[in-house]
Design a protein around this ligand. Structure first.
Ligand SMILES: CC(C)(COP(=O)(O)OP(=O)(O)OC[C@H]1O[C@@H](n2cnc3c(N)ncnc32)[C@H](O)[C@@H]1OP(=O)(O)O)[C@@H](O)C(=O)NCCC(=O)NCCS
Length: 174
């Protein structure tokens, strides 16, 4: 896997943090590695409801797997793990757009609303700050109450046109 800092000033590939969710369950959040691929596919195959966030993850298996391939190849990825199972995935497009990367996050339906998405987002925010990003943006559907709450709590603000799909931006540098 290519890593976000090609100059090795930071070593994001070694990121690994143990957190407790709101139920007191131990969750590990760490950088994605190539050997996690099968388990990540498994998470998205079991993910419900499909298409929840801007049509993602795709309903169609082939499209879904192609999308996962594209994300793991081109974004910097972190995963959340519970008992050897991947239950969360977040990705940030800092290879192609360091100044203003896109962010996305997906949690297994059994692990939502337990504080894990907030934890993963705070880690991504820290990585982007250290990496020197100016801002981070995320696309969110307006009925995603949990997503909007997590992004607002992390400092994201609505921007762009008002509609069923909104963009939120987190300014890291002025
Ligand atoms: C969006 C998502 C990543 C959020 O992660 P999460 O772990 O479920 O969220 P958290 O538990 O960290 O935080 C949820 C917050 O919403 C609050 N909340 C719960 N129900 C709510 C409601 N109906 N209205 C408003 N806020 C609500 C919770 O109280 C919590 O805030 P708090 O910690 O300040 O109390 C996750 O739910 C998910 O994967 N959803 C499906 C995919 C998606 O929509 N991704 C986002 C776009 S890329």
């Amino acid at each position: 896997m290519c890593l976000p800092d090609r100059t090795n000033k930071h070593n994001f590939s070694k990121i690994s943090l143990a957190i407790k969710d709101k139920l007191g369950v131990a969750i590990t959040i760490r950088a994605y590695q190539a050997e996690d691929y099968r388990r990540l596919i498994d998470m998205y195959d079991k993910f419900e409801p499909k298409g929840i966030a801007m049509g993602l993850p795709h309903f169609d298996k082939k499209l879904r797997h192609n999308w996962i391939d594209c994300i793991v190849k081109s974004f910097f990825n972190t995963i959340a793990i519970y008992q050897n199972k991947i239950i969360g995935h977040s990705a940030i497009d800092i290879f192609r757009n360091k100044s203003s990367p896109e962010y996305m996050i997906f949690l297994d339906q059994d692990f939502r609303n337990r504080g894990i998405g907030t934890g993963q987002t705070m880690i991504i925010k820290k990585i982007c700050k250290e990496f020197g990003c100016k801002q981070i943006w995320v696309a969110v559907t307006c009925h995603s109450m949990l997503g909007i709450k997590v992004f607002k709590k992390s400092g994201f603000k609505f921007t762009g046109t008002i509609g069923p799909e909104r963009e939120m931006v987190l300014e890291l540098k002025r």
